[in-house]
Design a protein around this ligand. Structure first.
Ligand SMILES: [Zn+2]
Length: 83
């Protein structure tokens, strides 16, 4: 059993504006949970500096603990599964 991963333990910093990006979305790709981080300022165009952090589903404690996480609702059908 591998060590679990909690994306809340991570910080994602933009290499362009040097500020921390915020979690803006969630989706799935095969066996990966994909978290999207974006800059929330007037410096960066999110379409250019957007970051995708991929976590193996098996290890992703954040999606398991927070199946009702609001960020997932933007993407219909891509919400984390309960349990
Ligand atoms: Zn930025």
């Amino acid at each position: 059993m591998n060590d679990p991963v909690d994306i809340r333990d991570l910080s994602v910093k933009c290499g362009n504006c040097n500020t921390y990006q915020t979690l803006a979305g969630f989706s799935r790709r095969d066996d990966w949970n994909v978290y999207t981080y974006e800059c929330e300022n007037e410096i960066c165009d999110p379409a250019v500096t957007r970051t995708h952090v991929e976590v193996p589903r098996e290890l992703d404690t954040f999606a398991r603990r927070d199946p009702e996480w609001r960020g997932g609702r933007r993407h219909a059908g891509a919400e984390p599964e309960a349990g």
